[in-house]
Ligand binder design. Sequence first.
Ligand SMILES: Cc1cc2nc3c(=O)[nH]c(=O)nc-3n(C[C@H](O)[C@H](O)[C@H](O)COP(=O)(O)O)c2cc1C
Length: 215
Amino acid sequence: MEPTVIEKAPRTPETIRVMEERHSVRAYEPGIAMPREDLDAILRAAGTAPSSWNLQPWKFLAIEDAALREKLLPIANHQRQVVESSAVVAVLGDLEGHRNAELVYGERVKSGAMSAEIKDTLVGQVERAYGSGTFARDEAFLNGGFAAMQLMLAAKALGYETCPMGGFRKDAFIEAFRVPERYVPLLLISIGKPAKAAHPSTRFPLEETVVRDTF
Ligand SMILES: Cc1cc2nc3c(=O)[nH]c(=O)nc-3n(C[C@H](O)[C@H](O)[C@H](O)COP(=O)(O)O)c2cc1C
Protein backbone atom coordinates (compact mmCIF):
# COMPACT_ATOMS: atom_id res chain seq x y z
CA MET A 1 0.00 0.00 0.00
CA GLU A 2 1.25 3.49 -0.84
CA PRO A 3 1.95 5.53 2.31
CA THR A 4 -0.16 8.59 2.97
CA VAL A 5 1.80 11.77 2.35
CA ILE A 6 1.12 14.20 5.17
CA GLU A 7 1.45 17.98 5.28
CA LYS A 8 4.98 19.30 5.61
CA ALA A 9 5.73 19.68 9.34
CA PRO A 10 5.51 23.21 10.65
CA ARG A 11 8.98 24.69 11.19
CA THR A 12 10.01 24.97 14.85
CA PRO A 13 12.05 28.14 14.49
CA GLU A 14 13.16 28.59 18.08
CA THR A 15 14.74 25.17 18.59
CA ILE A 16 16.29 25.03 15.15
CA ARG A 17 17.47 28.63 15.38
CA VAL A 18 19.32 27.77 18.60
CA MET A 19 20.97 24.79 16.87
CA GLU A 20 21.96 26.81 13.82
CA GLU A 21 23.28 29.74 15.83
CA ARG A 22 25.33 27.67 18.27
CA HIS A 23 28.99 27.79 17.39
CA SER A 24 32.13 27.14 19.36
CA VAL A 25 33.14 30.40 21.04
CA ARG A 26 36.75 30.50 22.18
CA ALA A 27 37.02 34.12 23.46
CA TYR A 28 34.96 35.13 26.48
CA GLU A 29 34.44 38.25 28.55
CA PRO A 30 36.58 37.38 31.56
CA GLY A 31 35.46 37.95 35.13
CA ILE A 32 31.75 37.29 34.60
CA ALA A 33 30.16 35.00 37.20
CA MET A 34 27.07 33.11 36.08
CA PRO A 35 24.05 33.13 38.39
CA ARG A 36 23.86 29.70 40.00
CA GLU A 37 20.26 29.43 38.75
CA ASP A 38 21.43 29.70 35.13
CA LEU A 39 24.13 27.07 35.53
CA ASP A 40 21.70 24.75 37.28
CA ALA A 41 19.03 25.30 34.60
CA ILE A 42 21.60 24.35 31.94
CA LEU A 43 22.71 21.25 33.85
CA ARG A 44 19.10 20.22 34.48
CA ALA A 45 18.32 20.58 30.77
CA ALA A 46 21.42 18.52 29.92
CA GLY A 47 20.10 15.79 32.19
CA THR A 48 16.84 15.55 30.27
CA ALA A 49 18.79 13.82 27.47
CA PRO A 50 17.58 10.35 26.55
CA SER A 51 19.68 7.39 27.67
CA SER A 52 19.66 3.62 27.25
CA TRP A 53 17.24 2.15 29.79
CA ASN A 54 17.11 5.67 31.28
CA LEU A 55 20.26 4.86 33.22
CA GLN A 56 21.64 8.41 32.79
CA PRO A 57 25.25 7.22 32.74
CA TRP A 58 26.84 10.67 33.11
CA LYS A 59 28.14 13.04 35.71
CA PHE A 60 28.73 16.76 35.30
CA LEU A 61 31.73 18.19 37.10
CA ALA A 62 30.98 21.92 37.20
CA ILE A 63 34.13 23.96 37.73
CA GLU A 64 33.68 27.64 38.57
CA ASP A 65 36.51 28.24 41.02
CA ALA A 66 39.18 30.46 39.42
CA ALA A 67 42.15 28.67 41.02
CA LEU A 68 40.88 25.29 39.86
CA ARG A 69 40.47 26.61 36.34
CA GLU A 70 44.04 27.91 36.37
CA LYS A 71 45.04 24.38 37.35
CA LEU A 72 42.98 23.07 34.43
CA LEU A 73 44.60 25.43 31.91
CA PRO A 74 47.79 23.42 31.17
CA ILE A 75 45.80 20.17 31.29
CA ALA A 76 43.56 21.63 28.57
CA ASN A 77 46.54 22.54 26.38
CA HIS A 78 46.37 26.20 27.44
CA GLN A 79 43.05 26.80 25.74
CA ARG A 80 42.16 30.25 27.15
CA GLN A 81 38.41 29.55 27.22
CA VAL A 82 39.06 27.38 30.27
CA VAL A 83 39.96 30.44 32.38
CA GLU A 84 38.14 33.26 30.58
CA SER A 85 34.66 31.72 30.46
CA SER A 86 32.32 31.81 33.44
CA ALA A 87 32.35 28.05 34.06
CA VAL A 88 33.71 24.83 32.66
CA VAL A 89 31.65 21.67 32.83
CA ALA A 90 33.47 18.39 32.45
CA VAL A 91 31.05 15.82 31.07
CA LEU A 92 31.99 12.42 32.46
CA GLY A 93 30.64 9.09 31.30
CA ASP A 94 29.63 6.57 33.96
CA LEU A 95 31.28 3.20 33.36
CA GLU A 96 29.00 1.64 35.96
CA GLY A 97 25.69 2.90 34.65
CA HIS A 98 24.14 -0.46 35.50
CA ARG A 99 24.36 0.55 39.15
CA ASN A 100 21.64 3.16 38.46
CA ALA A 101 19.10 0.55 37.40
CA GLU A 102 17.83 -0.27 40.89
CA LEU A 103 17.45 3.42 41.68
CA VAL A 104 15.69 4.37 38.45
CA TYR A 105 13.26 1.43 38.36
CA GLY A 106 12.86 1.26 42.13
CA GLU A 107 11.28 4.73 42.00
CA ARG A 108 8.87 3.55 39.31
CA VAL A 109 7.88 0.48 41.29
CA LYS A 110 7.29 2.67 44.35
CA SER A 111 5.04 5.03 42.40
CA GLY A 112 3.11 2.08 40.91
CA ALA A 113 4.26 2.86 37.35
CA MET A 114 6.14 -0.45 37.04
CA SER A 115 5.67 -3.92 38.46
CA ALA A 116 8.42 -5.52 40.56
CA GLU A 117 8.66 -8.37 37.98
CA ILE A 118 9.31 -5.95 35.11
CA LYS A 119 11.89 -4.17 37.22
CA ASP A 120 13.72 -7.44 37.90
CA THR A 121 13.66 -8.36 34.21
CA LEU A 122 15.09 -4.96 33.24
CA VAL A 123 17.75 -5.04 35.94
CA GLY A 124 18.78 -8.52 34.71
CA GLN A 125 19.02 -7.25 31.09
CA VAL A 126 21.09 -4.27 32.15
CA GLU A 127 23.45 -6.35 34.29
CA ARG A 128 24.04 -8.82 31.46
CA ALA A 129 24.66 -6.08 28.89
CA TYR A 130 27.09 -4.18 31.12
CA GLY A 131 29.00 -7.37 31.76
CA SER A 132 29.99 -7.83 28.13
CA GLY A 133 33.04 -6.48 26.27
CA THR A 134 33.26 -2.77 25.68
CA PHE A 135 29.57 -2.20 26.31
CA ALA A 136 29.92 -0.01 29.40
CA ARG A 137 32.49 2.25 27.78
CA ASP A 138 30.51 2.52 24.54
CA GLU A 139 27.40 3.44 26.52
CA ALA A 140 29.28 6.05 28.54
CA PHE A 141 30.46 7.79 25.36
CA LEU A 142 27.21 7.44 23.41
CA ASN A 143 24.86 8.56 26.15
CA GLY A 144 27.24 11.20 27.52
CA GLY A 145 27.38 12.73 24.04
CA PHE A 146 23.65 13.36 24.08
CA ALA A 147 23.86 15.08 27.46
CA ALA A 148 26.79 17.22 26.29
CA MET A 149 24.89 18.37 23.23
CA GLN A 150 21.83 19.24 25.24
CA LEU A 151 23.99 21.19 27.66
CA MET A 152 25.36 23.35 24.83
CA LEU A 153 21.92 23.96 23.32
CA ALA A 154 20.42 24.85 26.69
CA ALA A 155 23.26 27.30 27.36
CA LYS A 156 22.72 28.92 23.97
CA ALA A 157 18.98 29.17 24.59
CA LEU A 158 19.70 30.98 27.87
CA GLY A 159 22.02 33.50 26.21
CA TYR A 160 25.41 31.87 26.83
CA GLU A 161 28.03 30.60 24.40
CA THR A 162 29.97 27.37 24.72
CA CYS A 163 32.97 25.52 23.37
CA PRO A 164 33.27 21.74 23.55
CA MET A 165 36.86 20.61 24.11
CA GLY A 166 38.18 17.13 23.59
CA GLY A 167 41.70 18.51 23.59
CA PHE A 168 42.81 17.88 27.14
CA ARG A 169 44.98 15.30 28.88
CA LYS A 170 42.52 12.83 30.32
CA ASP A 171 44.92 11.17 32.76
CA ALA A 172 46.10 14.50 34.14
CA PHE A 173 42.49 15.64 34.49
CA ILE A 174 41.52 12.51 36.40
CA GLU A 175 44.40 13.03 38.78
CA ALA A 176 43.98 16.79 39.30
CA PHE A 177 40.22 16.59 39.88
CA ARG A 178 40.26 13.30 41.77
CA VAL A 179 37.84 11.65 39.34
CA PRO A 180 36.85 8.21 40.68
CA GLU A 181 37.59 5.17 38.49
CA ARG A 182 33.90 4.79 37.81
CA TYR A 183 33.93 7.83 35.48
CA VAL A 184 35.61 8.53 32.16
CA PRO A 185 36.16 12.16 31.11
CA LEU A 186 34.49 12.80 27.76
CA LEU A 187 34.54 16.50 27.12
CA LEU A 188 35.15 19.88 28.73
CA ILE A 189 32.60 22.56 27.89
CA SER A 190 33.26 26.24 28.54
CA ILE A 191 30.20 28.43 29.17
CA GLY A 192 30.16 32.22 29.20
CA LYS A 193 29.53 35.53 27.51
CA PRO A 194 31.40 36.03 24.23
CA ALA A 195 34.17 38.57 23.72
CA LYS A 196 34.52 37.61 20.07
CA ALA A 197 32.21 35.74 17.72
CA ALA A 198 32.99 32.13 16.83
CA HIS A 199 35.01 31.38 13.70
CA PRO A 200 32.61 30.72 10.86
CA SER A 201 32.10 27.00 10.25
CA THR A 202 30.42 25.10 7.47
CA ARG A 203 28.65 21.78 7.17
CA PHE A 204 28.43 19.20 4.40
CA PRO A 205 25.22 19.36 2.37
CA LEU A 206 22.70 16.52 2.72
CA GLU A 207 23.99 14.98 -0.53
CA GLU A 208 27.22 14.22 1.34
CA THR A 209 25.77 13.05 4.62
CA VAL A 210 22.55 11.20 3.82
CA VAL A 211 22.07 7.80 2.23
CA ARG A 212 18.46 7.03 1.42
CA ASP A 213 17.21 3.53 2.15
CA THR A 214 20.42 1.60 1.47
CA PHE A 215 24.06 2.02 0.40
C1 LIG B 1 34.25 16.06 20.47
C2 LIG B 1 34.67 17.47 20.15
C3 LIG B 1 35.92 17.92 20.54
C4 LIG B 1 36.31 19.24 20.29
N1 LIG B 1 37.49 19.69 20.79
C5 LIG B 1 37.80 21.01 20.67
C6 LIG B 1 38.92 21.54 21.34
O1 LIG B 1 39.64 20.86 22.07
N2 LIG B 1 39.17 22.86 21.19
C7 LIG B 1 38.39 23.68 20.44
O2 LIG B 1 38.69 24.88 20.35
N3 LIG B 1 37.30 23.20 19.79
C8 LIG B 1 36.97 21.90 19.90
N4 LIG B 1 35.83 21.40 19.32
C9 LIG B 1 34.97 22.31 18.53
C10 LIG B 1 35.01 22.01 17.03
O3 LIG B 1 36.22 22.48 16.50
C11 LIG B 1 33.79 22.69 16.37
O4 LIG B 1 32.61 22.15 16.92
C12 LIG B 1 33.75 22.50 14.86
O5 LIG B 1 34.87 23.09 14.26
C13 LIG B 1 32.49 23.12 14.25
O6 LIG B 1 32.41 24.49 14.59
P1 LIG B 1 31.20 25.10 15.41
O7 LIG B 1 31.02 24.30 16.67
O8 LIG B 1 31.62 26.51 15.70
O9 LIG B 1 29.99 25.05 14.52
C14 LIG B 1 35.44 20.11 19.55
C15 LIG B 1 34.19 19.63 19.15
C16 LIG B 1 33.80 18.36 19.47
C17 LIG B 1 32.40 17.91 19.08
